[in-house]
Every structure is written in structure tokens, then in C-alpha cells.
Design a protein around this ligand. Structure first.
Ligand SMILES: Cc1cc2nc3c(=O)[nH]c(=O)nc-3n(C[C@H](O)[C@H](O)[C@H](O)COP(=O)(O)OP(=O)(O)OC[C@H]3O[C@@H](n4cnc5c(N)ncnc54)[C@H](O)[C@@H]3O)c2cc1C
Length: 484
């Protein structure tokens, strides 16, 4: 099947309904439920972009097996041109949500593609796992599957010395038994962003964590299954789509990607969907050795450039509207966002300039600048929302709703709320967006997302410490010390 349309995606989510719970109830149809429908429409819009005449060539490439146009994020890059084309495609998707949706399908497309490109790695575990990951990659590419993933065991005790793996209550997801049909897994995981809006869910070890060595093989696995697999349940948080108009809630009404806890209640994972199992060392090295970490970081940082651009544009409009651009303090704050944007752009460019063909024959961006960019965003994004607070101050609360523009105080609003550059309505529209990005439940979730979705700052720092070869720098100092 060629790249899907939004309507085909929505029909699939409706027809293969997963067990999704919110507010004490099972959701009958996520495609019409107000908690999810706005976000779902945006995901559908991403898929429709693949069919827009002006974008079709930028968003798709020719399937090597069918000759059909398929999504470009499934491409296995072989050279600089492929990598740049893939980045451009991912940038187009990021722009649709102003960088506010993290789990656009390209993230997991790129993850599975890189594991399939390095299928020999799965074969080191068991020969049949090599074919499993290749078949799965082909399946998601040809059917344009939308995926979520859940990599982290639910917090229970993070005390020093405790691991989620020796928890007697079996909270950590583990293999309960092996059968002829496959693995039966039990436990809970966080968080499946886009879970209720996905066709399939992937489970594999997180980049920033290690499965401890020893006899914990039953915690070492990677697999993917349909979201409607029996025993799989998605428990959602409150929706940040408040059911308001785009005017009132411009981001939340469009970009709710939902995060869910996933309960695995004796879920059968068929053997053909297992990509690694019961080899702690292989599981722990998977992301690095296959370069999955580098490719997913390439998607994340591409998205982050768009997000920084959006924050800069928003801050600029706020300053222009309030006429505060001549104030040195304002210029200082805007300069900070410019720095964030330029640093992120430069790191993305460096990753491509230093890209090389890896041991799997794939043209791979340099992970080091991408990891730095990911880690920087953990601090930069919360600061950028803080800058919106500092620039906007009371205007972030002086926010009549759309209905008020036609309500009893409409005349007062129009008379008093304009500025030198904006009508009252333009000002309110702008500051409702700034509020939604920096103050609303949607905005708070964005900040939490950037802080944590890819692991916390401390673990990302540890990862940078581990992967960064500092030999040349140490030699440089040793050479200096050896001078007479
Ligand atoms: C909005 C949002 C969306 C997410 N989406 C996804 C998703 O789609 N898929 C997915 O798999 N996960 C997702 N996550 C989960 C994310 O990967 C985790 O939140 C993250 O890895 C941190 O793990 P934790 O929440 O268990 O916190 P913890 O590991 O408990 O850490 C909490 C804090 O304590 C510190 N800490 C605790 N223990 C240690 C330790 N041993 N060493 C160092 N520091 C420690 C950390 O620095 C951190 O600041 C999402 C999270 C959020 C907030």
C-alpha cells in the first residue's frame, strides 16, 4: 500500500480500537472522543501532506519492494543527499505542529528503520530475529503504520541501590513465560505518547538506562505489537484539549498527543514480533551499535529547530505588539532565544557535516552534536517558556475569550485592548497563543515533555560522558605537561 491518507489512518484507528481509558471510562471511539479528536486530526493532516501535490515529492520516496510512493522517513540513507531529504521531510512535519508534537510518526519510523538497517545485530542474538526486524520494517513502511513506544518502567522506588528489576510486585515489565507462540509479558510502562492514536506499540530498552547484568534476561527484550493486542491497556492522563475553539486554545485544540501509562496484562508477543530477547549485553548496546540513537536524535533535533524558530517568532510578535523592543532587558531575552535557535541549528548542521557511512552501510549523522543538542534543549525549553512569561507578564492573563469579543463588554475590549500595532482582537489572539504555549495545561505539559521525554538531564549527561572520546584532548594536555 502506498503512503496512507489521513482518512485511511483515522479509519484504521477506529476499526482496530485499542483499550483506552480516560476519566474512569473506556473510550468507545478515540476518533470522535473530544479528548483525542483534535490531535488525531493533526496526525491525519501529517499523512495528508504526503499526498499534497506541492509536497508529495518532498514527503515520499519510491518503495524498493513495490515501487509505490512511501513515507520518506522510512528511507535508509546511503549518502548526504538522502540524509538532507529526510531532514527536510521531517522539518515539514514538525512545522505543521510548530514543533509542539514530539511523537509525529517519523520518530519511530526512523527508529525501526535504523534497527532494520542493522538487522545483523538482531541476528547476533538469534538468527530468526534478523528476519523479524526486516519483515517488521517492511510491514510498517508499506502500510504506513503510526507507532508509539514505551521504554521506561513505572516509578516505584528510585532509592539508591533499588532497581525496577528487583521489585517483588513485578511492576517492571518482564517476560512472565515463554510459549510456542511467543513471549507472554506482564507489567507496566510509561509513557506512551500518542499511544491512543497509534496503530502499533514498540517496546525496547531506553537509551538512557541499562538493564542490569545478571540473570535479568527476562527484562531484556525488544518487540512491537498492535495497540489492540489483547491484555494491552492504555490509561490516559487528563486531556489538555479543553474542547475550546482554535481562537481560545490555539495549541491545545490541535496538538494534544496524549501520554498514557501502558498496562501489559499477560500480553502475548508472537515470536515473529520479537527483535531481541534474553541477552542483556546486546539489549544495552542496541541503540548505540545500530545507531538508532543517532537517527532518532536527528529527528528530535530537526523538530527542535522548528520549535526554537516558533518560540522566537512568538516572542518577537509579543514584543512588537507591546512596543517593548527598545528596552535593553527585552533585547537580552530575545537574544537568548536567538542563541538557542542558532546553537540548535549549528549542532544539527554539524551532525550532517560530520556524517559518515556506518558499519551497516547507512549514512549516519554524527551522534555527538545531536546528543549535545538534545541535552541543551532540556534546559533551553523551560527557559524559553520563562522568557515568554517575562515578556508577556499581565498580557498573559488579560485574555478575554472568543465569546467575550461578542459579549456584553465587546466595546470596552475593542476600545481599551488595542496597542500601537495590533487591534484588540489581534492582541488577544496572539496572547492566547503565548498563554497556551507557556501557561496552560498544554504549555506545562510541553515543558515537562522537553525535560523528560528523552530521559532526564542527569542521565543524558552521563551518556555524553560515556560516548564522547576525550583521548585527543587528554593527549594534548599530557603533551603540554611533558614539556621541559
Ligand atoms: C510528557 C512526557 C512524555 C513522555 N513520553 C514517553 C514516550 O513516548 N515513551 C517513553 O518510553 N517514555 C516517555 N516518557 C518517559 C520518560 O522517558 C521518563 O520520564 C524519563 O526517562 C525519566 O524517567 P522517570 O520519569 O521514571 O523519572 P526518574 O528516573 O525517576 O527520574 C526522576 C528524577 O530523579 C533523578 N533520578 C532518579 N533516579 C536516578 C538515577 N538512578 N540516576 C540519575 N538520576 C536519577 C533524575 O535525574 C530525574 O530528574 C515521557 C515523559 C514525559 C514527562
Amino acid at each position: 500500500m502506498p503512503a496512507r491518507t489521513g482518512a485511511q489512518y483515522i479509519a484504521g484507528i477506529r476499526d482496530r480500537a485499542a483499550e483506552v481509558y480516560i476519566g474512569g471510562e473506556r473510550v468507545k471511539d478515540v476518533t470522535t472522543h473530544p479528548a483525542f479528536a483534535g490531535g488525531l486530526r493533526t496526525v491525519a493532516g501529517l499523512l495528508d501532506m504526503q499526498h499534497a501535490p506541492a509536497l508529495h515529492d518532498e514527503m515520499t520516496y519510491t518503495s524498493p519492494s513495490t515501487g509505490d510512493p512511501v513515507g520518506l522517513s522510512f528511507i535508509m540513507p546511503r549518502n548526504a543527499e538522502d540524509l538532507a531529504r529526510r531532514r527536510n521531510m521531517m522539518r515539514n512535519w514538525a512545522k505543521l505542529s510548530c514543533g509542539m508534537m514530539g511523537r509525529t510518526p517519523d520518530f519511530l519510523n526512523v527508529a525501526v528503520t535504523s534497527m532494520a538497517a542493522a538487522s545483523d545485530y538482531s541476528g547476533l542474538n538469534r538468527p530468526e530475529f534478523k528476519q523479524n526486524i526486516l519483515d517488521y520494517y517492511e510491514y510498517i513502511r508499506e502500510n504506513d503504520i503510526v507507532m508509539t513506544h514505551t521504554l521506561v518502567n513505572l516509578q516505584r522506588s528510585r532509592a539508591v541501590g533499588a532497581t525496577p528489576f528487583d521489585d517483588r510486585t513485578e511492576v517492571a515489565l518482564s517476560v512472565a513465560k515463554e510459549t510456542d507462540a511467543g513471549l507472554v509479558v506482564r507489567g507496566a510502562r510509561v509513557l506512551a505518547t500518542l499511544g491512543p492514536l497509534s496503530d502499533e506499540i514498540a517496546v525496547y530498552p531506553a537509551r538512557t538506562r541499562r538493564v542490569p547484568a545478571g540473570d535479568e534476561g527476562r527484562y531484556a527484550f525488544g518487540f512491537a505489537i498492535p495497540c489492540n493486542t489483547e491484555g494491552l491497556k492504555f490509561q490516559c492522563r487528563d486531556s489538555v484539549d479543553l474542547g475550546r475553539s482554535h481562537f481560545d486554545h490555539p495549541a491545545g485544540s490541535r496538538f494534544e498527543e496524549m501520554d498514557a501509562i501502558v498496562f501489559f496484562d499477560d500480553v502475548l508477543v508472537p515470536w515473529e514480533r520479537v527483535f531481541l530477547y534474553n541477552d542483556v549485553a546486546l539489549c544495552n548496546q542496541w541503540g548505540e551499535r545500530t545507531n538508532r540513537n543517532a537517527h532518532t536524535a536527528h529527528q528530535v533535533v530537526t523538530k527542535n529547530v522548528v520549535k526554537c524558530e516558533f518560540m522566537l517568532g512568538l516572542a518577537t510578535l509579543m514584543v512588537d505588539t507591546l512596543g517593548s523592543g527598545d528596552l535593553p532587558a527585552t533585547q537580552h531575552l530575545i537574544a537568548e532565544i536567538i542563541e538557542n535557535l542558532e546553537i540548535t541549528k549549528a549542532l544539527l548542521a554539524a551532525s550532517e557535516a560530520q556524517a559518515s557511512v556506518d558499519e551497516w552501510g547507512i549514512f549516519c549523522p554524527d551522534y555527538r552534536p545531536l546528543l549535545v543538542a538534545r541535552k541543551k534543549m532540556i534546559d533551553m525549553y523551560p527557559r524559553m517558556t520563562e522568557i515568554l512569561h517575562l515578556l508577556g507578564s499581565s498580557s498573559l492573563m488579560a485574555l478575554p475569550a472568543e465569546a467575550d469579543l461578542n459579549g456584553p463588554l465587546a466595546e470596552d475590549i475593542r476600545e481599551y485592548m488595542d496597542t500601537d500595532t495590533a487591534t484588540a482582537e489581534e492582541r488577544i489572539r496572539l496572547f492566547r497563543l503565548a498563554w497556551d504555549v507557556s501557561c496552560s495545561a498544554f504549555g506545562s505539559r510541553q515543558t515537562l515533555y522537553e525535560r523528560y521525554f528523552g530521559g532526564d538531564g542527569a542521565r543524558n549527561a552521563a551518556l555524553l560522558y560515556q560516548i564522547y572520546d576525550r583521548g585527543a584532548q587528554r593527549d594534548m594536555v599530557e603533551e603540554f605537561l611533558s614539556l621541559e
